[in-house]
Design a protein around this ligand. Structure first.
Ligand SMILES: Nc1nc2c(ncn2[C@@H]2O[C@H](COP(=O)(O)OP(=O)(O)OP(=O)(O)O)[C@@H](O)[C@H]2O)c(=O)[nH]1
Length: 303
């Protein structure tokens, strides 16, 4: 959660018709560090598909469900949220399949992307399946009536041009904080439940004084020599005044938040824990926080 000088971070939405190779691409770029929370119930608007962290950047890829022609009201609803997502992210990757003709599904997405102000890339996948001379025609086909900030042909399966694509994506990321710890991986769904326990206690104890946008990020959970699980979490607020409320007079409020949270966390983990809580003010957090909230748990369970 440190804000390092010059650090870049942002959210990237990947869209495309089914089978264009979105998952293959994500697996390649995220490798072992795929943060798919597939084993956690999802009622989410956006799924976080992968977090790619390097020394100087963190790129969070999110999947946008339901991009096809709306046939039902549910689809319609999903589409609406998908499009609102495009305004919130830092970059949209529109992925197409080089081996398939541009179809109604592509046109439908293109239409929706037309007036978007968020930067957008055209990613032409599966170029290993076509002859080099065919590529130009495909590019022309998609770009003659649409503007993209970048057009990048790749092979997700063989890896051609994928590193270059990542370099270009990074260029479009704004400066920002590291949203997730370096080691944020799939097999830690407890991180999110723990952060929700803490968030719940903050909201219960501070009532309306602290807005719902307060975020809690679990930085680490490790067993120490004392055989306790040491949980280190950061509470993030927008304003210094909120920090004051959360800490309370002489640290009283923070202590109470800690005591109550620890009780729940110990019950869940069936383990003794040591909880270390920090409070930070981070102004640009609120905009990005909706993604965190969508990160693999059922909001209503905790409301
Ligand atoms: N030849 C070739 N095949 C690819 C490439 N990328 C993906 N594929 C194949 O295309 C098929 C679909 O890939 P996925 O990654 O599952 O596609 P997806 O877009 O995630 O599909 P949905 O989950 O249905 O949205 C798989 O059989 C992949 O092996 C590529 O660069 N070249």
């Amino acid at each position: 959660m440190n804000k390092k000088e010059g650090f870049k971070s942002g959210f990237v939405s990947i869209i495309g018709r089914p089978n264009v190779g979105k998952s293959t691409l994500l697996n390649r770029i995220v490798g072992q560090k795929v943060a798919i929370m597939s084993d956690v119930p999802q009622t989410t608007r956006n799924k976080i598909q992968g977090v790619v962290t390097s020394d100087d950047s963190q790129i969070v890829f999110i999947d946008t469900p339901g991009i096809h022609k709306p046939q039902t009201r549910l689809n319609d609803f999903m589409l609406k949220s998908a499009y609102s997502t495009f305004n919130e992210v830092d970059l949209v990757l529109f992925m197409v399949n080089a081996t398939e003709k541009r179809g109604a599904g592509d046109n439908f997405i293109l239409e929706k992307l037309k007036n978007l102000r968020t930067p957008k890339f055209l990613i032409i996948n599966k170029i290993d399946q076509i002859k080099p001379e065919e590529l130009l025609k495909i590019i022309m086909d998609y770009t003659s009536d649409n503007e993209f900030n970048e057009v990048i042909p790749i092979s997700a399966i063989q890896g051609n041009n994928v590193d270059e694509m990542m370099v270009t994506i990074k260029k479009y990321m704004p400066e920002g904080p590291q949203f997730y710890p370096d080691d944020q991986v799939t097999d830690h769904p407890e991180y999110f439940v723990v952060s929700e326990f803490i968030r719940e206690k903050i909201l219960q104890l501070t009532k309306e004084e602290v807005p719902h946008s307060v975020a809690v990020v679990v930085e680490s959970m490790q067993r120490n020599e004392d055989d306790k699980v040491h949980v280190h979490a950061t509470i993030i607020v927008d304003r210094a005044s909120q920090k004051g409320i959360i800490i309370g007079k002489g640290g009283k409020m923070l202590k109470e938040i800690g005591v109550r949270s620890r009780r729940d966390i110990e019950a869940m983990l069936g383990d003794k824990i040591y909880l270390e809580l920090w409070v930070k003010v981070q102004k640009d957090w609120r905009d990005k926080q909706s993604y965190l909230q969508d990160y693999g748990y059922r909001q209503k369970d905790y409301d």
